[in-house]
Ligand binder design. Structure first.
Ligand code: ZN
Length: 679
């Protein structure tokens, strides 16, 4: 027994020895890369950051590029600053910032250069250059800064910033080992959505250094070096001239403008107001400016077109008309009066056709259309009839993208909401407990329908195309035009026959020429087809909505304009849409006085007073909400909860790093940054 044990132990030892020798052989003879690590003291890896891809507009105008900037590095052991205050003044930092930056650098390594200050401009660099002879141990390295041609597209473009620890962890969990602390990544907008395309691949260079850290030339003649690969360029679908123009019209207002080329789904302009100066979120002013923006009650950091939430109001009547026609429950010449309808209307009494119903935006007309849609089935029981009707209506309206994501190439697109049978069963605490008379406000775009401006611009594009759309997108090419995901080329049908669109479009023409739209929104030589909407708002003026396309035949532009707390859509949003259409189709605006007037118009006082009204605790509302006695109460609570959730989800998180992280430029391969403990 003992003998067996002895043999076993001997065998085990021999096995271990063989493994060791094998590994040693492998490490010393075969694996060259390990050699790089083993000789860490003598070989330094220098990471070369690639140039981030550029972004052009649809006419090849450069809108985002890189400007060279200078990063300041410190080598603590060599650094010597006699007059610290003078140094701080020179670089515009505080004494405590100076102390913490030098402290961090010392923790990282006393002998290796650490990043001290990021992104000094050419001017700043020129200003401090002469003084640097007094500060041994400090040196500059050139890098680049994201630079924006115009302010108008800040939210859609997004910004780049240092990768957050959460994002770093998330990427690593996904198996993406590319990123390291201190890396710059796209945080929002296109910069984030197209991060993989834009960022490129970093390069590596190995140099030999002596014991004092002085470079002695390339390691093995650069055999292990890898050149950085620049990021790919994006060709945006945006017309930057139209974008800037729409942005200037949205000054002093809160809301959105979204313009789409109907035939391609390419977004021509996407304005979120108020906007911000993207150049201030790029570089050293980031932290300070971000905090200011984050605290702004008007939420300039939320990209409203794909993320804000509104009720569509009367613009939704267009979808109702199309569903009614497709189901055959109305014909173009169906008329309805006001009798017996629990809704107000100012149209004058009767709308004798679908054209007139749309032209006048007649509420009773669409109450009746919706009633026919819901009750158009063989069920006898009204509750059952309502459930069957609503389900089919929900299926048909979903095809317009309502309650769905359209799949735009941006992060944070919201689905919105389209009520379903399941939803009302929940509200009424059981099936077959609600019927048409409980839900009719949905028929005119009120109640619990929630949309965003992008969706409604797409609805205008669907009508312009007479029944189909291409998923709206902001990038029409990667490196070259047309090189995009096939999902942005596919024609998606909404399931309504082409012939049903003409009577609806006729109504939109009527609305613009002699209906609910302000006269100044007409263009003498271009037919605009439009629909107004007024989105109800408990605490202040209604939100003004207008959606349109032009010209009537071969439409080139579909547009949605939303202005918060402005009032009636035909009066306040239609003129802005009209000016944008003129600018895009004619390349210039002839109505100069009108342009100036709308640029200067402000609704900010309305917005702020509505905000303060909604912030006040309202005991009456609270009491009824808790009981959920009516659908209105439920809606209010549900909407508030939902809006709060959306609000939270869309709020960009404050950056965690205030102090620049240690550079990766001097990290050896596979070595993680683990700060030494100090006592
Ligand atoms: Zn009416």
């Amino acid at each position: 027994m003992d003998e067996i044990r002895k043999r076993f132990i001997q065998g085990f030892i021999i096995l271990i020895a063989i493994l060791y020798i094998g590994r040693l052989f492998y490490l010393q003879v075969i694996d060259e890369t390990y050699k790089l690590d083993a000789q860490n003291n003598a070989i330094r890896k220098i990471v070369q950051v690639p140039f981030r891809g550029l972004i052009y507009d649809r006419n090849k105008k450069l809108i985002v590029y890189n400007t060279p900037v200078y990063d300041l590095y410190i080598t603590p052991k060599k650094a010597h600053v006699q007059d610290t205050l003078k140094f701080c003044r020179l670089f515009d930092i505080t004494r405590s910032e100076f102390d913490s930056l030098t402290h961090l650098a010392r923790i990282y390594s006393p002998v290796r250069p650490s990043l001290f200050l990021r992104q000094l401009s050419k001017e700043e660099y020129a200003r401090v250059q002469d003084a640097m002879v007094d500060y041994p141990g400090f040196s500059f390295q050139i890098s680049s800064l994201r630079t924006y041609q115009s302010k108008g597209m800040a939210n859609a473009l997004g910004y780049v910033g240092e990768i957050s620890p959460e994002r770093l962890l998330k990427e690593q969990e996904k198996g993406n080992e590319y990123y390291r602390q201190g890396d710059y990544v796209g945080v929002t907008g296109l910069e984030r959505f197209y991060e993989d395309e834009l960022r490129g691949q970093r390069g590596e260079k190995y140099v030999m250094v002596n014991s004092r850290g002085v470079e002695k030339g390339p390691f093995k003649n650069g055999e292990f070096d890898r050149e950085p690969v620049a990021g790919k360029n994006l060709i945006s679908s945006v017309d930057i001239a139209l974008q800037d123009f729409a942005d200037s019209l949205m000054q002093h207002k809160v809301g959105s403008v979204v313009a789409i080329e109907p035939s391609s789904g390419e977004i021509l302009a996407m304005v979120s107001a108020p906007t911000y100066d993207p150049s201030k979120l790029s570089g050293r002013t980031f932290s300070k400016y971000f905090q200011t923006l984050n605290l702004d009650p008007l939420h300039p950091l939320i990209n409203r077109p794909p993320s804000a939430y509104y009720r569509p109001g009367s613009t939704f009547k267009l979808i109702q008309a199309l569903i009614g026609l497709q189901l055959g429950v109305i014909s173009p010449s169906t008329g309805f009066g006001h009798a017996g309808v629990p809704m107000k209307c100012h149209c004058g009494g009767t709308s004798s056709s679908i054209q007139l119903g749309i032209k006048n935006s007649c509420n009773p007309y669409f109450y009746n259309v919706f009633k026919r849609i819901i009750y158009n089935n063989k069920e006898q029981n009204l509750f059952k009839k309502s459930a069957v009707g609503l389900q089919r209506w929900n299926d048909m309206a979903s095809k317009f993208g309502i309650g769905q994501e359209l799949g735009i190439d941006l992060p944070n697109e919201t689905k919105g909401k389209l009520p379903s049978v399941e939803y009302y069963d929940k509200v009424y605490k059981g099936p077959l407990r609600w019927k048409f008379s409980n839900i009719y406000s949905v028929g005119i775009g009120e109640g619990e329908i929630v949309i965003n401006p992008l969706k409604m611009a797409n609805v205008a594009a669907i009508i312009a195309n007479r029944g189909w759309y291409v998923r709206p997108h902001l990038v029409k090419g990667i490196n070259e035009a047309g090189n995009i995901d096939n999902k942005y080329k596919e024609h998606i049908s909404v399931g309504i026959d082409r012939r049903h669109f003409e009577p609806v479009i006729e109504g939109m023409v009527g609305a613009v020429n002699a209906g609910t739209v302000a006269a100044e929104a007409r263009l003498s030589d271009i037919q605009i087809c439009g629909k107004t909407g007024t989105s109800q708002n408990k605490h202040g003026q209604d939100h003004a909505i207008f959606i349109a396309f032009a010209p009537r035949e071969n439409p080139k532009i579909a547009i949605a304009v939303f202005i918060e707390n402005a009032g009636f859509g035909g009066t306040h949003s239609a003129p802005i849409a009209s000016l944008c259409i003129e600018k895009y189709l004619k390349g210039k605006v002839e109505r100069k006085a009108m342009e100036t007037r709308w640029m200067n118009k402000s609704y900010l006082a309305n917005v702020l007073s509505a905000k303060s009204a909604s912030a006040k605790p309202n005991k009456e509302v609270k009491a009824t909400v808790e009981k959920d006695s009516t659908i209105e109460d439920y809606q209010l609570r549900n909407l508030k909860e939902e809006l709060f959730k959306l609000d939270q989800a869309n709020k960009p998180k404050a950056p965690v790093f205030k102090i620049p992280m240690q550079p990766q430029a001097v990290l050896p391969k596979n070595q993680k940054i683990v700060p030494k403990k100090t006592h």
